[in-house]
Design a protein around this ligand. Structure first.
Ligand code: VGL
Ligand code: ZN
Length: 208
């Protein structure tokens, strides 16, 4: 059987880049790699974190609670974040240098105010699918290459779900940057992905 590959660009949005509301250190450094990598794939997909202003992951919607606190949200633990990637705001837009012509489809996540969604496939409660799995199956994709922001959240959960769903999953590690709430979070995330069978590669090893 022939392998068919897709590139998934995770959350390359202004709020995750320097100057944004949930800035990932050096997040913008991966944009040139995203542009370069896109030329090597027939199918390019992107995700956008896309929250309503009253999203339950925002500390501002929980009076008396602070950014970084962990709360119980409908039975699952939820880190409270600064307001970020609010639908239709500049912070939710793609980084201005990102090439978007090749992006075939965008999957929006975190749109339900009552549950967060780190993975590109499912919400954090694993109750609702985004449609990405079905979309990739319809396009006969067997291998998915994941890059973007942030390594320790949306990239990690997207990659873990991809592997769990049976795709050959590759993490393009130099094309990701992490939040690193605690020192070591990024390294731990990479190890967790590797343990789950995800292949850790570098952008210069991607040859289609
Ligand atoms: C993300 C925290 C909150 C991410 C999204 O894209 O990794 N992290 N929302
Ligand atoms: Zn978010």
């Amino acid at each position: 059987m022939n392998n068919k590959k897709a590139l998934i660009l995770v959350d390359l949005q202004n709020d995750f880049c320097p100057g944004g509301n949930l800035a990932v250190t050096f997040g913008d450094e991966v944009i040139p790699l995203a542009n370069q990598l896109q030329t090597q794939f027939d199918l390019v997909i992107a995700t956008q974190d896309w929250h309503p202003a009253d999203h339950a992951s925002f500390a501002s919607n929980h009076p008396g609670h602070q950014v970084g606190e962990v709360i119980n949200l409908n039975g699952i633990s939820q880190i409270l974040w600064p307001d970020h990637c609010v639908q239709q705001t500049p912070g939710a837009a793609f980084h201005p240098q990102l090439h978007t012509e090749k992006i075939k489809k965008i999957f929006y996540k975190g749109t339900d105010k009552s549950v967060d969604s780190y993975s590109a496939f499912f919400d954090n409660a694993h109750l609702r699918a985004t449609g990405l799995n079905e979309y990739l199956r319809e396009h006969d994709i067997t291998d998915i290459y994941i890059m973007g922001l942030a390594t320790d959240y949306c990239v990690k959960y997207s990659a873990l779900d991809a592997a769990q769903l049976g795709f050959n999953a590759y993490l393009i590690v130099d094309a990701c940057r992490g939040v690193e709430l605690k020192p070591g979070d990024v390294e731990a995330a990479i190890q967790e992905m590797e343990k789950a069978g995800i292949k850790i590669i570098h952008a210069n090893a991607v040859r289609i």
